[in-house]
Design a protein around this ligand. Structure first.
Ligand code: SF4
Length: 374
């Protein structure tokens, strides 16, 4: 039995087939169990993934009963460790980890739901952010492929309401804040709010989470509501990077997806952001538009990215497209007689695009929305 009692986390290695990690509240964070990796979401649900002998990665969510069994297993490992480790680590297990019974871990669901609406998605480099829901939903909510905020009307919190929410988030995360980094303003279009509404909101977040950098999604049509001076002011208040659902550099395909904007407008917007000192993360959907658009989608996207003033501080996310069979996109695609790309074709295209982006000196990473857990 080995253990690492770090400042921000506790790691237990009972043997080479098992590794457990906990936050400093003592709540399970991850559990590697002989080929299966379990990750606990903040709402107490437990998610697993594994890959068998070079096959595709499998993933899923345990039922409450199954999660209870795994949490009970985790408690047994922790009890075993408490009897075998030095006094400092044993004390940490007894005082922090063991009080989190399976029932108490599962009951985090209720605490989570008192604070948050479901967190639909984050960019991968923000999985360890502190999420605050400055808004709920998305102002547009009409992109044909998107089901993130369906049934959730757009609503913005007041600065006072956001401050209360941020305090509740801080109390809920507790010492898990040691593991987390920046503050992510969710949901869809927090930065769509006017400057006069945003400034007191950011001030409230700086008060509750001092010294933390801030991040958010922004869409072209809502981002354009701010002028360059606004962006400079937001950068001065700690806004470091914004994430933009570019989807494609091909205007015809963007219109097919019912998303406003154009590659030229996006290029101009990115230029303004960069000049204001705000980095960007651009998300491209690989495989959207099926085989009919594949070549033109790839070429126009690379051309559009090449025309932007991107540098090593920016990111291009290549997100293998996953079609929701109930979406308007699925219906439009079928009506237009467009055949979808296969998984293999999409993966191959993702690899090709990543090479092309990296050749521009810009970081490219895969963004699988199924991996997201908060
Ligand atoms: S703007 Fe973004 S969040 Fe809103 S509907 Fe489109 S893809 Fe979804």
């Amino acid at each position: 039995m080995r253990a690492e009692c770090r400042r921000a986390s506790t790691l237990l290695h009972p043997d080479w087939r098992h590794v457990l990690s906990f936050d400093r509240e003592g709540r399970l964070y991850t559990f590697y169990d002989d080929g299966v990796l379990y990750k606990r979401a903040l709402n107490g649900s437990l998610h697993w993934r594994r890959r068998e002998d070079g096959g595709p990665r499998e993933r899923g969510t345990l039922t409450r009963r199954q999660a209870h069994e795994v949490y009970a297993d985790v408690a047994r490992w922790a009890e075993l460790a408490a009897g075998r480790l030095d006094a400092e680590c044993a004390r940490r297990i007894t005082t922090e980890i063991l009080p989190w019974t399976p029932e108490r871990l599962l009951a985090e669901k209720e605490r989570f739901e008192e604070i948050y609406r479901p967190i639909a998605i984050l960019p991968p480099d923000q999985y360890l952010a502190i999420v605050v829901q400055a808004t709920e939903g998305c102002t547009w909510n009409k992109c044909s492929f998107c089901s993130f905020y369906q049934g959730r009307p757009f609503r913005a919190k007041s600065a006072a309401e956001l401050r209360e929410h941020a305090l509740a988030v801080r109390a809920f995360l507790g010492k898990q804040l040691l593991l987390r980094k920046g503050v992510f303003l969710a949901d869809g279009n927090a930065l769509a709010l006017s400057r006069t509404r945003l400034l007191p909101m950011l001030a409230a977040l700086r008060e509750v989470f001092p010294g933390r950098e801030m991040y958010s999604f922004v869409d072209l049509y809502s981002g354009e509501r701010h002028d360059p001076a606004d962006w400079r002011e937001l950068a001065g208040l700690g806004l470091r990077r914004v994430y933009i659902g570019m989807e494609t550099g091909l205007d015809e395909l963007l219109a097919f997806l019912n998303k406003p904007g154009s590659a030229a407008q996006l290029g101009e917007f990115v230029g303004e952001l960069k000049a204001a000192g705000v980095a960007v993360g651009l998300i491209v959907m690989v495989g959207v538009g099926g085989r009919r658009y594949a070549r033109r989608h790839a070429e126009a996207t690379i051309d559009a990215l090449a025309a932007m003033p991107l540098d090593a501080g920016d990111l291009v996310y290549l997100s293998p497209f996953i079609e929701d069979p109930l979406s308007r996109y699925a219906q439009d695609r079928a009506d237009a007689g467009i055949s979808p790309m296969s998984r293999e074709e999409i993966e191959e295209e993702t690899r090709r695009l990543a090479l092309a982006v990296r050749a521009m000196g810009v970081r490219a990473a895969r963004y699988d929305i199924r991996e997201f857990i908060y």
